[in-house]
Design a protein around this ligand. Structure first.
Ligand code: ZN
Ligand code: ZN
Length: 240
C-alpha cells in the first residue's frame, strides 16, 4: 500500500489520451471522455456496430453481418475506431502504451457483459511469431489478460496460433482479406483439450472486416468449442 502511494506520488495518474493529470485511474480526463466514441444504445448483436433507431434490448444485425457469414454467436465493441478511439488503439499497438490495456479492458468488460458466460475461456487473436518478434508484444493478448482480471474468466494466451505469415491486410478488399486468412489460424495442439465443451470469448483490438475473427472462430469450433463470442476494443464502423 505504501509502495502504491509512493508510485502515485512519482507517477500521478494521467489521461490516456491527452496526458493531463486526472484524479483517478479511470483512464480519461473529462473532456477526453466526452470526446471518446464509446458505443451505446442499440448495437448489432454480431459485431457491436451502433445501429440507428430500434429499442434497447432489441436483437438487431447490421447490413454487413446480414451479408457476411459470421461463424461466431455474438459480438461487441467498446469504442468506434475513430477520433480518440483510433488514437488509443494505435498508441497501444505501435506506441508501447501498455498502460492503456487495463482501462480499455474495463470498457470492454462493460460492453461484453451480455456475452459473458461462466466457464468461458478468453483467447486473444494471435500474431504470427515473426510479427510478434518485431513488435515484442501482442496487443490483443494484453487486452485479453487485462479482461481476465476484470471478468475473472480464465485467459489462455496461446490457445490460437497463426500458421502462415499473412501479408498486411491494410488496403485489401473484403474478399481478399477473407481469402488471405482462411486456414491461417489453428488451435494450438497442446490446448485443444482445454476447448472441449467450452465457450470461447475471442479478444482483439480492432474489428475491420471481421475476417481474422472469423478464421479464429472457425478454428475454435473445429477444435471442439461449443460456442464462440467476440469482444473488441474498437469497431471500424460508420456513425449511426
Ligand atoms: Zn484527456
Ligand atoms: Zn454487425
Amino acid at each position: 500500500m505504501a509502495l502504491q502511494t509512493l508510485i502515485r506520488m512519482v507517477y500521478p495518474p494521467r489521461c490516456l489520451n491527452c496526458g493531463d493529470m486526472v484524479d483517478s485511474d479511470f483512464g480519461l480526463c473529462g473532456p477526453c471522455w466526452r470526446d471518446t466514441p464509446f458505443i451505446g444504445g442499440v448495437v448489432c448483436d454480431l459485431c457491436g456496430t451502433p445501429l440507428p433507431g430500434g429499442e434497447a434490448g432489441e436483437l438487431a444485425h447490421c447490413d454487413d453481418c446480414l451479408t457476411i457469414a459470421r461463424p461466431w454467436d455474438r459480438g461487441r465493441a467498446a469504442l468506434l475506431y475513430d477520433g480518440n478511439g483510433r488514437r488509443m488503439v494505435l498508441a497501444l499497438k505501435h506506441g508501447d502504451r501498455h498502460e492503456i490495456a487495463q482501462p480499455a479492458a474495463r470498457w470492454m468488460a462493460q460492453a461484453a457483459r451480455p456475452l459473458i458466460q461462466p466457464g468461458a475461456i478468453l483467447a486473444p487473436v494471435p500474431l504470427h511469431w515473426s510479427r510478434l518478434l518485431r513488435r515484442r508484444f501482442n496487443q490483443s493478448a494484453l487486452l485479453a489478460q487485462a479482461l481476465g482480471r476484470e471478468t475473472g474468466l480464465p485467459y489462455c494466451p496461446d490457445l490460437l496460433r497463426r500458421d502462415r505469415r499473412t501479408e498486411s491486410l491494410e488496403g485489401k478488399s473484403r474478399d481478399a482479406r477473407f481469402a488471405t486468412l482462411t486456414a491461417a489460424v489453428s488451435v494450438h495442439p497442446n490446448r485443444a483439450e482445454l476447448l472441449q465443451n467450452r465457450a470461447v470469448l475471442l479478444v482483439d483490438d480492432v474489428m475491420t472486416s471481421g475476417a481474422t475473427l472469423a478464421a479464429c472462430a472457425e478454428a475454435c469450433l473445429a477444435a471442439g468449442a461449443t460456442q464462440v463470442s467476440v469482444i473488441v476494443l474498437a469497431r471500424v464502423a460508420k456513425h449511426p
